[in-house]
Design a protein around this ligand. Sequence first.
Ligand code: ADP
Ligand code: MG
Length: 352
Amino acid sequence: WDMFVLAFVERLFRPTYKKDDFVLGKKLGEGAFGVVYRVSWAKKPSSKEGDLVLKKATEYGAVEIWMNERVRRACANSCADFLYGFQEKSSKKGSEYWLIWRFEGESTLADLIQSKEFPYNVESMILGEVQDLPKGLERENRIIQTVLRQLLFALDGLHSTGIVHRDIKPQNVIFSEGSRTFKIIDLGAAADLRVGINYIPKEFLLDPRYAAPEQYIMSTQTPSAPSAPVAAALSPVLWQLNLPDRFDIYSTGLILLQMAFPSFRSDSGLIQFNRQLKRCDYDLVAWRKSIEPRANADVRKGFELLDLDNGIGWELLTCMVRYKARQRVSAKAALAHPYFDKEGLLALSIMQ
Ligand code: ADP
Ligand code: MG
């Protein structure tokens, strides 16, 4: 109840906005459940700075508003800065939900890994001006390590709050130019297990490119949308039993894979990897044995990068991309993995 009272009091004192406060700009994205625009303030009092992002969502927007408000109170730095969400009655479509965030920056991790410059393009974004350091695998590894650490840090925040994202992929990771870190966006498919908000509409398909093999993160015995009080009492237990957070870990492992192997960064490359892994019964070690002997230069480079420091990167990858959810590491445990023992990007540039 405390949580509900707090939420209510917070709402009372927070400014409210309406349609006319915003001027629509460029369209940033369009999914099955909403359209996303860059917008600016119609009138610009001194307190309102910078551009915003608006998502006009269908009826499922209500859940996304709930998730964003919960994240703002519990783990604000994990996700894009959420301002406000409200219901907007539109004449033709019944009612829509409008969600407003601060515009965090121009690039998602998907844009960045598609660049030929990756990972060096990210290095300059995180550090600002970059000294003329020697390029090489070691340096690429440090950059990738830094991105992965930021992503796991954000994910640990969500999971500690009881939220599973369920749609972790480079398109849903935004580079925040203000804080120079990566943040998670798009809580449209997220589940809040502590209060039993765990709703995926039937039409919603998990992104097959990044989805763990279990597909449905709660076992079929678990009611899909239990009533709030019952769920609050039960869900820590359910969380332990089903480890639904490990669904996100699998997807994050695939992001590490894409960062390490240039050949799996394209859609077709990733789909091909998924097909190969499935053929090896989701056993990464078996997959490596099957493809390494006839690997091209790009693939060899990925293995070489993960093999640095006695294969510590490869070891972490195999802890994330596993068939059984309970055998995957948690976000918190992954952050404590020796892969992150060496200092990241900042230390590297100061040392040299
Ligand atoms: P969708 O349901 O269409 O996937 P998203 O929430 O992922 O909606 O947003 C779509 C796109 O809009 C993102 O991939 C990103 O490019 C951009 N975007 C979303 N939120 C922000 C934000 N806070 N700052 C900057 N760009 C954003
Ligand atoms: Mg998205």
